[in-house]
Design a protein around this ligand. Structure first.
Ligand code: GLN
Length: 486
């Protein structure tokens, strides 16, 4: 196995020790992005990155100690970076240049990171494969014939192909965890409210959370300590200061882990094998593994779409060509708006606007939206009950590894079903981490498999502690994707 490329922790240390410079790291990241062009990871580069690198250098020269000193990072294209396009993977925002930084971006650059570019994504974060992007699909670095997962497929591929050691994505129903699983890296979806959504373009506001992709538990801790924490500009932001650290095998002793029974059927043999191997490793390290049940998860996908689509239909009402983005001219305003939306949005986004508006309309609201909200409460209660006896819950992140490009594009329900293990967690607002835990060989190709650990609300730290412990006992399998080593 080739050497692993350096982590963000390694790079910051090297910059602080004056062994390299932020500019040198930026140049190297750009060169790797250029070499990996075929993967279609980035929608745009950050023209101000050189300025940012120079500013970090000045701050270091004046004696500041920055936790992310010179670390190059890629962020999903629904997160605003001043002076850079925020397309959300949509034609309708093709030329929208953000006048401000998202809170997470402000915190990253404040900590010394340099934003290299903006990652490809499913249009408005709707999908599970990064194939609905108006800028073409991102390819999986493990097999270019397969999807990297979605909707943060660009961010996941960026880390898997080592364009940068870390990246940010967003997760409404699985969009950090599933692409992390498909590309063999970590992906953390924090508790709703722990990371500010200010400057994140809304998909479904009650479900959206920003989170990190990384190749090591230390990097997860490093990055999440920077981006999490209270922000007065996000009304749903919680006043819980982050205290993340990568744990050790000692942290696994006596840990109570419950396997969610409802997630045990329908998995591929490889996914089942990786789950069992992970549970065996946990037992070997002194953890207590039991079965748990969250019966209402069987309704999670239906409830998720009946909640996320109405929220999306409201959030997307603002894109009419009048204030943001592209405008298709017409003799009068109403026709201009109609044509702008007709030409600017892709088919999946249109489907969701129509279904979402329908579910909210008078006469259907109670039957659909209000009922889904009741299911949401039930799911949250079931999780709370399941956590009464255990510290963490566990499921596969996805029932199968990365699927082939085009395999599900003509069947929206099959695409929605890909999120079977992840959406319930967003409905309950809980934190969850996809851990790269092994591989399954499919048609002769070795593909990564992710295992999802879920913590009680606000106990996000437990997940990163666990990740460090799993690394310590050799239960984490991070490898460079073939051809993208250190
Ligand atoms: N696949 C889910 C959807 O299409 C989740 C997307 C996401 O988490 N942004 O809505």
């Amino acid at each position: 196995m080739p050497d692993l490329p350096p982590t963000a922790t390694d790079l910051a240390r090297a910059v602080l020790a004056r062994e390299t410079t932020p500019q040198a790291l930026l140049n190297a990241a750009r060169a790797r992005a250029e070499a990996a062009r075929d993967l279609n990871v980035l929608i745009s580069l950050n023209d101000r990155a050189d300025e940012q690198a120079a500013r970090v250098q000045d701050r270091l020269d004046s004696g500041e100690t920055l936790p992310l000193a010179g670390v190059p990072i890629i962020v999903k294209d629904n997160i605003n970076v001043t002076g850079t396009r925020t397309t959300c993977g949509s034609r309708i925002l093709a030329n929208y240049v953000s006048p401000y930084d998202a809170t997470v971006v402000e915190r990253l650059t404040g900590a010394g990171a340099v934003i290299v570019g903006k990652a490809n994504m499913d249009e408005f974060a709707m999908g599970s494969s990064t194939e609905t992007s108006a800028y073409g699909p991102t390819l999986n670095p493990w097999d270019p014939g397969r999807v990297p997962g979605g909707t943060s497929g660009g961010s996941a591929a960026a880390v898997a192909a080592n364009l940068t050691p870390v990246a940010l994505g967003s997760d409404t129903g699985g969009s950090i965890r599933q692409p992390a699983a498909f590309t063999g890296v970590y992906g953390l979806k924090p508790t709703y409210g722990r990371v500010s959504r200010y400057g994140l373009v809304a998909h479904a506001s009650s479900l959206d959370q920003i989170g990190p992709f990384a190749r090591s538990a230390s990097d997860l801790a490093l990055l999440t300590n920077v981006i999490a924490g209270h922000d007065p500009r996000d009304a749903t932001s919680l006043e819980v200061p982050p205290a993340f650290r990568a744990g050790t095998p000692d942290d696994l002793r006596g840990l109570k882990v419950g396997v969610i029974r409802e997630s045990l059927s329908g998995n591929t043999p490889g996914v089942e094998a990786v789950l069992n191997a992970t549970l065996d490793a946990l037992r070997g390290a002194g953890a207590i593994v039991t079965e748990a049940s969250v019966p209402s998860v069987e309704h999670a996908i239906a409830a998720y779409y009946l909640i996320s689509m109405p929220e999306a239909s409201s959030n997307l009402a603002r894109y009419d060509g009048m204030v943001y983005g592209e405008r298709v001219p017409a003799p009068d305003v109403a026709h201009s708006m109609t044509r702008t939306r007709e030409e600017g949005f892709g088919p999946e986004v249109k489907r969701r606007i129509l279904l979402g508006t329908y579910a909210l309309s008078s006469g259907y609201y109670d039957a659909y939206y209000a009922k889904a909200m009741r299911v949401r409460r039930l799911i949250a209660q079931d999780f709370a009950r399941a956590f009464e006896g255990v510290d963490l819950l566990v499921t596969p992140t996805s029932p199968f590894p990365a699927f082939r490009r085009g395999e599900k594009t003509s069947d929206p329900l099959a695409m929605y079903a890909a999120d079977v293990d992840t959406v319930a967690i967003n409905l309950a607002g809980l934190p969850a981490l996809s851990v790269p835990a092994g591989f399954e060989t499919v048609e002769g190709v070795r593909l990564p498999v992710g295992i999802q650990f879920i913590a009680p609300a606000l106990q996000d730290e437990r997940l990163v502690t666990l990740a460090g412990g799993l690394e310590g006992i050799g239960a984490v399998r991070v490898e460079p994707a073939p051809g993208y080593g250190g």
